[in-house]
Write a protein that binds this ligand. Structure first.
Ligand SMILES: [Zn+2]
Length: 643
C-alpha cells in the first residue's frame, strides 16, 4: 500500500517558487537546524531545492531518496553548481534525515470483549475522568467509533488482546459465540490474541471459531439464514494469534504473529496467551497443550522478527495489571504485566494488554530500563484505545506511541458516535432468536430464592449457588471437590419465579452476569480457617455448600473487624472436623480464586483446574433438580459461646 496524503515525506523548505532568487538554505524536513546548510540557488530557471524535490518524488524509500539526491548532487558538483563539500553535505543529510521522514500507523485496540454485543446495560464509571456511570459499549457503537477513527487514516489496524469470546451474555453465548465472530468480521478486526476464555469450550471449538463450520451439537449454530450472515458459519476473517501455545509436537496452534505493511515498513503483531491458562480453564479443553512463559516467548519471537528485518513490534498480551487512577494513566500499577514487561527485549515497541479488566495507559520499563507504552481498554468493549505509532522510514522502527483510551459513548448528549448499521442489524437478528431460548423455563421454584442473609450471614440463594458449584465439581474428572464457597457479592439479585413457578435462563443470567468460571483448588485446613477469618475484615460472609458447617461468635468488648472468631474445631466438611494439616479440594468462582473481595488466601490454592461458567453450573443443577425448595439455613451458626 502506497501512502500519499498521509505521508509526511522528504520536503525541501526553500522550494517555494521559480522566482529568480532562491532564499535560504536547502533544508530537509521541518527543522532547519537538521539541514545541510547549503545555500539554495538558481539553476535553469528553478531553485536547486525544486530540482531535488522533483527528483526525489513523493513517498520515497530511504534508498530511493538517497540515490536521487546523490546523483543530482554529484552532477552539480561536476558542473560547478555546487562545491564538492556542499555536494557531500547534501548527500549525508539525505542519508541521515529523519525529520519529517516518518509514517503513521493507527492501532485501535480493545481486550476482554467477552461477547458483549448488546451494550444496552453497560456502563463506564471513572469519576476522576469526569465519567459518572455513563452508558458505554455495544457492538454498533464500538464499530461506529472504529469507523470514525479510520476516517482519513488508511493505515489503521484493529486488534484485540484476548478473551474476545467466552463468558459471554446470552445474545452471543446461546449461539456458541458465532455472533461475536461475525460481528468482529463486520467491524474489521485484524488480529486477536488468544486469551484464556477462548479455551472455555475446548481447543476444537476455538479452531472452529477460526476456520468456520457448524457446531457439532447441531443446536443454535449456523443461523446465517435467519440473521443474514454466511452459511455455514464462516469463522473469523481475522487471525487468532498465540505465540506461546504449543501442541504435543511443539507446533504453535495459531500463528505467532501477523504482519501489516505501512508504505514499505513491516509491522509485526505478536499474540500471547495467559501462561496460567491451564490453571483457570477446564483441563479437557487444553489437554495436550503447553502454555509457555510470556516474556521468554515474546523475546524469542522478537529476535526472529529482527532477523527477518522487521523492527516494529507490537505485542498483544492476554495478561495485565491493576491501577486505581484515570483510565488514561498508570496510578498504582501492579500485577503480572509489570514483571513481564521488565523482562522484555528493547525490540518491543508497544504492549496491548488485558485479562484484569482494568483500564490504563502506562509507560513501563523494559529489561534495559527503556520504557514502553502498555495499554488496556478495561473490558466489554466500553473503551477503545487509540494508539498512533510514528514509524521512522530509515530505521523502520517505532519512534513514538501516542495512546489514549476513548469511551465508546452511547449517550448521544455526550460525544455522539454514529452507530454502525450492519452490526446493529446482526445484533437485532440474534437478539430476536435468543429471546425464546432465554424465556425457556429451566426449573420450578417452590418459593423465591432470595439473597437476603439471616443473622449468621447465610441466604437461600447463596446456599443453592454453592450447592450447584459443589455438585458440578465433585466427580473425580470434574475436580473432586469436597465443598464450595461463594461470595455474596456475586449474586446480583433474588431468583424470583414467575406466576407458574418457573425460572428461565434469562433469570439466571441476570443474577450471575459476571461470566465467572469455577476453579477447583486445594487448600489446607489451616487455610480454610484463614479464609473464614478473612470474612470479618471483608465484611462479607461466604456462602457455603451443604457439605460445610461451622460456628462463630462475637468476641466481647472488641469492636471492629477483629470482633469475631470461628469457634476452634467447629468447621466441618462432610460431617468431619477439618484438620489443620490436611488438604481439601474446594470449588470457588474465578473471582474468589484470584483473591477477590479480600479473600487473598484463595489465591494460594494449589493444583488448580478450571470448570464451567457459574451460570451454566447453576442452570444444569436447577434443571437436574427439576423442582427446587429453598434449603434450610443451618450451615453457619452464630453463637454466644463456643463451648
Ligand atoms: Zn482473561
Amino acid at each position: 500500500m502506497r501512502l500519499s496524503a498521509l505521508l509526511a515525506t522528504f520536503t525541501l523548505f526553500a522550494s517555494s517558487t521559480a522566482l529568480a532568487n532562491c532564499p535560504g538554505s536547502i533544508a530537509f524536513g521541518t527543522a532547519a537546524s537538521r539541514g545541510p546548510q547549503v545555500a539554495d540557488r538558481l539553476l535553469d530557471g528553478r531553485c536547486l531545492s525544486a530540482h531535488l524535490a522533483d527528483a526525489v518524488g513523493r513517498d520515497p524509500t530511504p534508498d530511493e531518496r538517497f540515490i536521487a539526491v546523490a546523483s543530482l548532487a554529484s552532477r552539480w558538483a561536476e558542473d560547478g553548481v555546487l562545491s564538492r563539500k556542499e555536494a557531500a553535505a547534501l548527500m549525508s543529510a539525505a542519508r541521515d534525515a529523519t525529520v519529517a521522514n516518518t509514517v503513521k500507523l493507527r492501532v485501535l485496540a480493545f481486550n476482554d470483549f467477552h461477547g458483549h454485543l448488546d451494550g444496552s446495560r453497560l456502563m463506564v464509571n471513572s469519576p476522576i475522568d469526569g465519567i459518572h456511570t455513563a452508558p458505554a459499549g455495544g457492538i454498533a457503537h464500538l464499530a461506529g467509533l472504529v469507523r470514525e477513527l479510520r476516517t482519513g487514516m488508511p493505515d489503521t489496524v484493529v486488534v484485540s488482546a484476548g478473551d474476545l469470546i467466552g463468558a459471554s451474555p446470552m445474545e452471543s453465548a446461546f449461539f456458541h459465540d458465532e455472533p461475536t465472530i461475525e460481528a468482529m468480521n463486520l467491524l474489521g478486526l485484524d488480529f486477536s490474541a488468544v486469551g484464556n476464555h477462548e479455551f472455555d469450550d475446548g481447543l476444537l471449538e476455538l479452531l472452529r471459531m477460526q476456520r468456520g463450520g457448524c457446531h457439532p451439537g447441531g443446536q443454535h449454530t449456523c443461523q446465517g439464514a435467519s440473521v443474514g450472515s454466511p452459511v455455514p458459519f464462516s469463522g473469523a476473517l481475522f487471525d487468532f494469534l498465540a505465540a506461546n501455545v504449543r501442541d504435543e509436537h511443539g507446533n504453535t496452534l495459531f500463528p505467532s504473529y501477523g504482519i501489516r505493511t505501512v508504505g514499505d515498513i513491516r509491522v509485526a503483531f505478536v499474540g500471547v496467551a495467559l501462561s496460567s491458562t491451564p490453571r483457570v480453564v477446564n483441563p479437557a479443553g487444553v489437554a495436550g497443550l503447553r502454555f509457555e512463559d510470556e516474556a521468554d516467548t515474546i523475546n524469542s519471537v522478537a529476535a526472529d522478527l529482527r532477523r527477518r528485518g522487521i523492527q516494529a513490534i507490537v505485542v498483544l498480551l492476554h495478561e495485565g495489571g491493576r491501577t486505581e487512577g484515570s483510565i488514561n494513566d498508570c496510578t498504582g500499577m501492579q500485577g503480572p504485566v509489570v514483571d513481564i514487561v521488565s523482562r522484555l527485549d528493547d525490540a518491543v515497541d508497544l504492549v496491548v494488554s488485558g485479562h484484569t479488566h482494568h483500564a490504563y495507559v502506562c509507560r513501563l520499563p523494559k529489561r534495559s530500563g527503556q520504557p514502553v507504552t502498555v495499554t488496556s481498554a478495561g473490558s466489554a468493549g466500553r473503551l477503545l484505545t487509540r494508539i498512533d505509532l510514528t514509524l521512522d522510514r530509515q530505521s523502520r522502527d517505532v519512534v513514538a506511541a501516542d495512546a489514549r483510551n476513548l469511551v465508546v459513548e452511547r449517550d448521544p448528549s455526550r460525544t455522539p458516535i454514529l452507530p454502525d448499521a450492519s452490526t446493529a442489524t446482526l445484533l437485532a437478528a440474534y437478539t430476536a432468536l435468543a429471546e425464546p431460548i432465554a424465556r425457556r423455563p429451566v426449573a420450578q421454584l417452590g418459593a423465591a430464592l432470595t439473597r437476603s442473609p439471616n443473622a449468621a450471614g447465610e441466604s437461600p440463594l447463596g446456599n443453592v449457588i454453592a450447592d450447584a458449584h459443589w455438585e458440578t465439581t465433585l466427580l473425580p474428572q470434574a475436580g473432586a471437590s469436597v465443598a464450595a464457597f461463594t461470595n455474596p457479592g456475586g449474586m446480583r439479585g433474588d431468583l424470583l419465579p414467575a406466576a407458574d413457578g418457573s425460572v428461565t435462563y434469562a433469570d439466571l443470567f441476570r443474577i450471575q452476569p459476571f461470566g465467572n468460571t469455577l476453579i477447583i483448588t486445594t487448600l489446607s485446613g489451616r487455610q480454610l480457617y484463614e479464609v473464614l477469618a478473612q470474612q470479618w475484615t471483608s465484611g462479607r460472609v461466604l456462602q457455603v455448600s451443604s457439605s460445610v458447617s461451622y460456628r462463630y461468635r462475637e468476641l466481647p468488648g472488641q469492636p471492629g473487624p477483629a470482633s469475631r472468631e470461628v469457634c476452634p474445631g467447629s468447621l466441618k466438611i462432610g460431617g468431619r472436623p477439618v484438620v489443620a494439616d490436611a488438604d481439601y479440594r474446594i470449588a470457588v468462582n474465578s473471582y474468589l480464586a484470584a483473591g477477590g473481595d479480600g479473600f487473598s488466601t484463595f489465591s494460594q490454592g494449589r493444583d488448580s483446574q478450571g470448570g464451567p461458567l457459574d451460570v451454566d453450573a447453576l442452570a444444569a443443577y436447577l434443571a437436574h433438580l427439576g423442582t427446587v425448595k429453598p434449603p434450610a439455613l443451618k450451615r453457619i451458626q452464630k453463637v454466644e459461646r463456643c463451648d
